[in-house]
Design a protein around this ligand. Structure first.
Ligand code: ATP
Length: 365
């Protein structure tokens, strides 16, 4: 293990009612957040929702309008950026072209006159698997490698928190996927808290232990990726984290321990624990495309069923996605694995079935 890798989990961050306004515009609207030490945390949301502004306040590059920022027990709200044990990796790596790789990584340590800067820089390069490139210049490295050098440079002085602002945005898809796995490995080895800003839901779900979904300056929902995906609290979260079919419904009593949900004259069954507490209006039943099954019309295995006509078929390699038009004109998206079963043709009448355990319920946004 490298020197850096032996460190214990560090970097407990707490944001208390954090606000940032620009004139009348509220970019960050009173965020309360606890980020546990040593976690991989993602701030996920659409463009303009306030992710970068939040990150910049944590880095000390932006002053909060109000609210507090704590790093461990210390209130760092007014601490200057360079005095915070917080570093940032940006999309642009900004390496010095005339310095070799190890000198790039050790640059900050040399400025601070750290005596043993070179072994530290080499240890950081080992961590990102680039020790053998130490003597080369940045231009001799690929984009993905340069991004790893930027990462080594950001962790070499052992920050408590590493902020990553869309660091993979400039990479092509395959490299991006490789780097997602690499980043996760590096985070678990160094034990520093990583806070990763992205608008890419797949990226956030691949990497993070916990995701905060942001919308219009606020946190809409916080949780583990699978919790957010399986039990989104709002239609916004349901749609931002993948696709979902939403059917507005009215409650109509219970049967056999399940709740009756009436949508467009059809009765579907829902688990009572899926109902949001205290909300009895504006409810919508949500079903992910891959939780729906194309079944034969006389198949009674799945208690929830609805019939429609296939209006589109898209082959996507591992799966086929169907659009199925319901009698109430809604198009339901269904994804089926390409395993030889569950095929349907354009224009065919099909029955869609699902298990009550595989749906969720959201209130109105
Ligand atoms: P993106 O992914 O596009 O960067 P984001 O979620 O990171 O989006 P922010 O960059 O935090 O969003 O911006 C949030 C809002 O605050 C945006 O509407 C933006 O225009 C506004 N904003 C950010 N910085 C400033 C500024 N210096 N002056 C005025 N408005 C700003």
């Amino acid at each position: 293990m490298t020197e850096t890798a032996t460190r214990k989990a560090s970097g407990e961050l707490r944001l208390v009612d954090l606000v940032r306004t620009y004139d009348d515009f509220v970019a960050v609207d009173g965020i309360d957040l606890d980020v546990p030490p040593g976690s991989f945390f993602a701030l996920l949301g659409p463009s303009g929702c306030g992710k970068t502004t939040t990150l910049r306040m944590v880095a000390g590059l932006e002053t909060p309008t109000s609210g507090r920022i704590f790093l461990g027990p210390n209130d760092i709200t007014n601490t200057r950026a360079h005095q915070r044990r917080v570093n940032t990796v940006f999309q642009s790596y900004a390496l010095f072209p005339h310095l070799n790789i190890v000198d790039n990584v050790g640059f900050g340590l040399r400025q601070l006159k750290v005596a043993n800067w070179k072994p530290k820089a080499m240890a950081a390069l080992e961590l990102v698997k680039l020790a053998d490139r130490a003597k080369q210049k940045p231009r001799q490295l690929s984009g993905g490698m340069q991004q790893r050098v930027a990462l080594a440079r950001a962790i070499v002085n052992e920050p408590e928190i590493l902020l990553l602002d869309e660091p993979l945005g400039a990479l092509d898809l395959q490299l991006r996927r490789e780097m997602q796995i690499e980043l996760k490995r590096i985070q678990s080895e160094v034990g520093i808290t990583f806070i990763h800003v992205t608008h890419d839901q797949e990226e956030a779900m691949t990497m993070a232990d916990t995701i905060a979904v942001m919308r219009a300056g606020s946190i809409e929902q916080l949780g583990a990726p699978s919790d957010l995906y399986d039990r989104p609290a709002t239609p916004f979260v349901a749609n931002f984290l993948g696709q979902s079919n939403l059917l507005p419904f009215d409650l109509d009593g219970q049967t056999g321990g399940l709740v009756k949900a009436v949508a467009h004259g059809h009765t579907f069954l829902v688990r009572p624990d899926q109902l949001p507490s205290g909300r009895l209006t504006g409810l919508q039943l949500g079903i992910r495309p891959e939780k729906l099954r194309l079944v034969s019309s006389n198949d009674r295995t799945l208690v929830n069923r609805m019939d429609g006509i296939v209006s589109d078929v898209s082959f996507t390699g591992v799966a086929t996605t169907y659009l199925v038009r319901m009698p109430w004109e809604q198009e339901i998206t269904v994804t089926q694995p390409n395993d030889g079963s569950n095929r349907a043709k354009l224009g065919e009448q099909v029955t869609l079935g699902w298990d009550p355990h595989h749906s969720f319920v959201v209130g109105a946004d």
